[in-house]
Design a protein around this ligand. Structure first.
Ligand code: CMP
Length: 210
């Protein structure tokens, strides 16, 4: 995104940005608040979350290094659409809203990169709607596990510990229900627990998502 900027734009951006580190559990942007900045996640993971008036929470996405956030209220000047909370220690680049907006107006490559990010999010949101509307709880858990897994020497491994509570918030189920489903998947040999909270997924788990 930044490679298309000319020297003057890069200088403007450098003057308007700051690198910051936040520990685990820190709210970087809060739902409903006015926006000041756009953020790029340089390292670590953070969750995008909304909550209702009773404090019930839903996780919309988990962001990783290279992802940006805070662009929505930057574009429409509405309050923050969701909260972004660190899941581990994270490094960010924060960029002042007005400076970034000025660059966005001048540089179509940067605008296009932001649009690509928004389209990616819409595709993921479509997939999530499909999951919630069409799959049962086993299917929803299976989809989360597959989405968070990576190929390690030919095996599908979930490397980062995924607390049951966090899975529950992603799929609109209770923690108890997720625990029951995970136990069932383990007994039936769909998932195999590994040391340090990692999980190995057997190929047959895909049968739950059709
Ligand atoms: P903003 O509304 O400024 O602040 C909250 C940010 O969360 C938002 O911008 C997006 O960057 C991000 N966000 C909101 N909804 C989603 C989603 N469904 N998937 C990924 N990121 C999102």
């Amino acid at each position: 995104m930044l490679s298309s900027l000319n020297e003057q734009q890069l200088e403007t951006l450098a003057a308007a940005s700051a690198r910051r580190n936040f520990p685990k559990g820190r709210t970087i942007v809060a739902e409903g608040e006015p926006s000041q900045s756009l953020y790029i996640l340089l390292s670590g993971r953070a969750k995008v979350q909304r909550s209702d008036s009773e404090g019930k929470e839903v996780i919309l996405a988990v962001l990783g290094s290279g992802d940006f956030f805070g662009e929505m209220s930057l574009i429409d000047d509405a309050p923050r659409s969701a909260s972004v909370i660190t899941l581990e220690s994270c490094d960010f680049m924060s960029i002042n809203k007005d400076s970034f907006k000025a660059i966005l107006m001048q540089n179509s490559e940067v605008s296009l990169a932001i649009m690509r990010g928004l389209v990616k999010r819409l595709r993921e949101a479509d997939k999530k709607i499909e999951t919630l509307a069409l799959l049962d709880v086993y299917g929803r858990v299976a989809r989360v596990l597959l989405d968070f897994s990576e190929n390690v020497d030919g095996e599908r491994i979930v490397k980062n510990k995924l607390p049951r509570q966090e899975i529950a918030k992603m799929i609109g189920a209770s923690r108890e229900m997720v625990s029951r489903v995970m136990k069932g998947l383990e007994i039936d040999g769909y998932i195999v627990p590994l040391p340090e909270g990692r999980l190995m997924l057997r190929e047959k788990i895909s049968s739950y998502i059709g």
